[in-house]
Write a protein that binds this ligand. Structure first.
Ligand code: G6P
Ligand code: MN
Length: 457
């Protein structure tokens, strides 16, 4: 296209930045996580669209940082990528000059997660990382630290975007937004996993599937599954119903047992609701069965993940370069879900992504300004949400109840309010009584005392 003669002058006058991007500076807070090698693979896959000049990995756990950072260093060297790698335990050093701050912190570590799960089970309530009381306790610990990260980012990396996928993502997103931090985008890999899962079954590219998706983080569904101009959901539902009714197995083979189990849950959820549900709906719609199974199991998911992490860190400390190792913690789509959003925000063209944004009326069953997980065009200026689909009554009710819980939980976390903490759990659909809610609060506040400064005042 020939350039209109006055365009350069007009662009300059309006302050439209020039095309072509300089190498970016990324900081990963919680960079010692076993997920980091996978993220670096994602960065390398996107090298052409996402030129990175510096990667800073920051972690409070020096030993993990060195192990994971060592592997990342060897991988970068082997790939010939010239990006500078900085390993640090100093948040300020990691943040200074960063364009994007990726957050994947786990306050209290996996030991904290284990307590979250086990305290709930002790009260005969589902013990899960993000859903129910477990997620609530994790939120109380994570929110104060994420507020510090956001304050430091505003100070040492003004203009940077925070990309948060620290859990519980919904609570953290609400807390940051309420505290006035707007250059934050919160993400989860589930929507992309749902899209990728179906694309794999159909053997077509992921982008050829559009999920008309809405809800809250870890409590959402697709009401339409568009593919090549057609909504596949009615036929998929009919298929799911016949598979569930006959107890037959679909003629697909899945990589591991956990995936196969999760796939079974998604089929059941689809048969029940006629929707393509986030697998987290399992905890709400099959709650009694989940609880029985958890109570009968000698271990919780945190125990399994701790064992897996030990194995991975051991493998990372050898001479491996990481191409194969990265796959054991988070699949490719976990990294792609994060890095494709960063690429969209760093580049000049918008892309469609499911992200968490303040409700501007997109979802009428949720209060305005409460965070919702919906499709949005993401570009350099942030996320521009599409109109979300209307949720059917079953989902509308759940989403509305959990949004009320989230509102109270965030207020409890920000204010250090015991009263609101008890109310939050009382409002949660998985907590059967106000007395149990109070006992759960007492036990969590005692168990995590060191990580809950707001409740010690
Ligand atoms: C999914 C969710 C994450 C969650 C993870 C738990 O990826 O989107 O938010 O942290 O599952 O997996 P894990 O292996 O730790 O149980
Ligand atoms: Mn998630």
């Amino acid at each position: 296209m020939t350039e209109v003669p006055f365009a350069p002058a007009l662009r300059e006058h309006l302050g439209v930045p020039p095309t072509g991007s300089r190498p970016l500076r990324l900081a990963i807070i919680g960079g010692g996580s076993a997920y980091t090698p996978g993220l670096v693979e994602g960065l390398l896959r996107l090298e052409a669209r996402l030129p990175v000049g510096r990667l800073a990995l920051m972690d409070v756990d020096e030993a993990k940082l060195q192990t994971v950072g060592g592997l990342v260093g060897r991988r970068l060297q082997a790939s010939g990528h010239g990006m500078e790698l900085l390993l640090t335990t100093c948040r300020r050093e990691a943040l200074e000059g960063a364009d994007f701050v990726l957050c994947q912190i786990r306050v209290g570590g996996l030991a904290g997660r284990s307590l979250d799960e086990k305290v709930a089970l002790r009260h005969r309530v589902i013990g899960q990382e993000t859903t129910g009381p477990g997620g609530f306790a994790m939120g109380l610990r994570t929110i104060p630290v994420m507020l510090e990260v956001a304050a430091d980012a505003a100070r040492y990396a003004p203009g940077a975007w925070i990309i948060n996928y620290s859990n519980p993502t919904g609570l953290v997103a609400n807390a940051l937004y309420r505290s006035g931090y707007e250059r934050v985008l919160s993400l989860c890999d589930i929507p992309m996993a749902m899209q990728q899962g179906l694309a794999t079954l159909l053997d077509i590219p992921r982008r050829e599937i559009f999920l008309d998706y809405a809800g809250l983080n870890h409590l959402a569904c697709a009401t339409r599954v568009m593919c090549r101009g057609k909504d596949l959901l009615p036929s998929l539902t009919a298929l799911a119903r016949s598979v569930v009714a006959s107890g037959a197995k679909l003629p697909v083979s899945l990589a591991d047992q956990r995936e196969e189990k999760e796939f079974g849950h998604i089929l059941q959820l689809m048969a029940t609701t006629g929707l393509y549900c986030s697998p987290y709906l399992h905890y709400y719609l099959h709650g009694a069965e989940v609880l029985d199974e958890m109570l009968a199991s000698p271990t919780t998911r945190a125990d399994e993940v701790m064992a897996l992490e030990r194995e991975l860190l051991e493998a990372f400390s050898g001479s491996a370069t990481g191409e194969d190792l990265s796959r054991h913690r988070g699949y490719d789509w976990h990294a792609d879900a994060m890095m494709e959003v960063v690429a969209a925000m760093a580049g000049h063209e918008g892309g469609l992504h499911v992200v968490n944004v303040p409700n501007r009326g997109n979802l009428p069953s949720v209060p305005l300004a409460h965070m919702v997980e919906v499709n949005a065009v993401v570009d350099q200026s942030g996320a521009h949400p599409l109109q979300a689909p209307a949720l059917p009554p079953l989902m509308r009710g759940l989403v509305s109840a959990v949004a009320a819980y989230e509102e109270l939980a965030v207020e409890a976390a920000l204010e250090g309010s015991y009263h609101k903490a008890c109310l939050a759990l009382t409002a949660h659909p998985l907590v059967p009584s106000a007395n149990i809610a109070r006992r759960l609060c007492d036990d969590y506040l005692a168990a995590h005392r060191d990580f809950l400064p707001q409740f010690r005042r």
